[in-house]
Design a protein around this ligand. Structure first.
Ligand SMILES: [Zn+2]
Length: 522
């Protein structure tokens, strides 16, 4: 590091910022004295101007990361050296609005791969949005009623204008990443934890519950999004009803996906492992009568206590009571309460005997009979209560509303499958209080530049053209292999010739190289 080249840019920035701050204060003072303003006007005005000042400071700070004397070459991923070309601006939209960052551009003559080392260091993609802005977009995109509304809220809060499409992109991008992170292991794999899984806690009793909720999709019409929930409980004696334990869920975490039960089973299992299912003393699976729920329980949680949701079980009693006695009859409720008392005390057999007598009364009685026969082994409610277990699957039902219905089932909404799933997944991580973890998974942003584009950008007004080209190329180019394949011998020769010409023109190249070698040796 050369201290003299280091101090100057810093001092330059200090001077620029100081002067701008002084100008700003003067302008605002005149504006204030010209006519009376309210506090709201003053603060809005100041916030807007400070945002612009902030953008200048951010761009200025980033420019400090560019060495005054750029290295003549950097390593290319192909194994060859990429030669320094020139400084190029990158447009990036940040929390402080759009700004330009200048950085060194290197091109590998061998494979045609271009790179900006600063982009990798600052972890941003030219022509894109910053990670900090993307976080807010995903947060608002998943939690506001629509992407349009999210863009409006963002603009009110940060004064940064983005399109609803950008909000959708950022939200779905994060959702897809999180979905892939929780991707189930190969379905043939035996139920042992994969190496990357580590249990983050052991619960003496872990509840696992699952349910499905419909969303309207373009491709498939109304389709079921599955939701799974793992949680623990805390019990306390209710003061008003001391004979009953008040059992509350806590530390709930959620998984959700638009997929077949078999795949979803693995996804939920993986989450249960993370939640300590392998080291917990007791596992409880709670659900309604859907077959896929109990298939997953059998396959992945064979030692779990299976409990049929009490409220679904009660519903069949009430439907049967209506069929037998009619909605208006007083006997309806009396009969229903008598049956519920029996179910409450685990006397399922007695309820079955009673229902048998009313078989002729209609389909609802038949339905109750087959439901209770099928789930009899999951209806030992007296035992579950005695062991202080929760017998209602309200947690997962509420999760279905929170993850899916509230956001995806607004009036008239029709989704594409991937988008619906991605948004539900982002909501699941939020609700699981795993937001920081989700953000950390985003990793390093990078973008590759192929030779063809680099040549095209060498002439003409650079900044804007480059920004447009980079925005238009939303799909990132494949680095390395594809670049090599597309480079013909003819183009390669042309590149070499151009580089040789530049080498002659740039006197600094040799000097810089020697200086750098000396510095590195020192
Ligand atoms: Zn290369």
């Amino acid at each position: 590091m050369n201290p003299t080249t280091d101090v100057t840019p810093t001092e330059n920035l200090v001077t620029i910022m100081t002067e701008r701050m002084a100008t700003l204060t003067r302008t605002l003072s005149i504006w204030m004295q010209e006519q009376p303003h309210t506090l709201a006007e003053v603060e809005q005005h100041v916030v807007r101007l400070f945002k612009e000042l902030g953008a200048t400071l951010v761009a200025g700070l980033c420019s400090l990361a560019v060495p005054a004397d750029p290295a003549p070459s950097v390593a290319c991923s192909c194994g060859q050296e990429a030669a320094y070309q020139r400084q190029r601006p990158a447009q990036v939209t940040t929390l402080l609005g759009p700004l330009s960052i200048w950085r060194s551009y290197y091109l590998c003559a061998g494979c045609g791969h271009g790179q900006h080392p600063l982009d990798a260091q600052l972890q941003f993609c030219a022509g894109s949005r910053s990670a900090a802005l993307d976080e807010l977009l995903a947060l608002l995109g998943a939690t506001q009623d629509s992407f349009v509304q999210a863009a409006q809220v963002l603009e009110r809060l940060t004064l940064v204008h983005v399109s609803a499409t950008s909000v959708r992109d950022a939200t779905e991008q994060l959702g897809r990443l999180l979905h892939a992170h929780q991707a189930p292991p190969h379905v043939e794999q035996p139920p042992t934890p994969a190496p990357r899984l580590r249990s983050t806690g052991s619960a003496s009793r872990l509840y696992i519950t699952m349910d499905g909720v419909l969303a309207h999709l373009h491709e498939r019409g109304w389709s079921e999004i599955k939701v799974g929930c793992c949680y623990q409980t805390r019990s306390r004696v209710d003061r008003t009803r001391p004979e009953q334990l008040d059992i509350r869920a806590h530390s709930a975490s959620y998984v959700t996906a638009l997929e077949q039960a078999q795949t979803f089973g693995w996804r939920l299992w993986e989450e249960a492992v993370r939640r300590g299912v392998l080291s917990s003393d007791e596992v409880v699976v709670l659900g309604d009568g859907a077959h896929w729920i109990w298939n997953i329980a059998l396959t992945h949680f064979p030692r779990a206590v299976q409990i049929l949701d009490w409220y679904h079980a009660s519903e069949y009693v009430w439907n049967a009571a209506s069929a037998i006695w009619g909605e208006a009859s007083e006997k309806r409720a009396r009969w229903a309460h008598a049956q519920l008392d029996k179910l409450w005390e685990s006397k399922v057999e007695a309820v079955l005997v009673e229902l048998e007598q009313w078989r002729e009364s209609g389909e609802a009685v038949e339905a109750a009979l087959s439901y209770y026969r099928e789930h009899q082994g999951r209806m030992d409610y007296a035992l579950y209560r005695a062991r202080g277990m929760q017998i209602g699957s309200g947690n997962v039902e509420s999760a279905c509303k929170q993850l899916v219905s509230r956001r995806l089932k607004q009036a008239g909404m029709i989704w594409d499958a991937q988008g619906a799933e991605a948004v539900a997944v982002v909501r699941a991580w939020l609700l699981s209080e795993r937001w920081e973890e989700a953000l950390a998974l985003r990793g390093v942003r990078s973008r590759s530049y192929r030779r063809g584009q680099a040549v095209e950008e060498q002439d003409g007004s650079e900044g804007k053209r480059q920004a447009v080209a980079e925005v238009a190329r939303a799909a990132e180019t494949v680095h390395g292999q594809a670049g090599r394949q597309e480079m013909s011998a003819e183009v390669l020769a042309q590149v070499r010739a151009e580089l040789a010409e530049q080498r002659g023109k740039n006197a600094w190249r040799r000097a810089g190289s020697v200086k750098r070698q000396e510095q590195q040796a020192a």
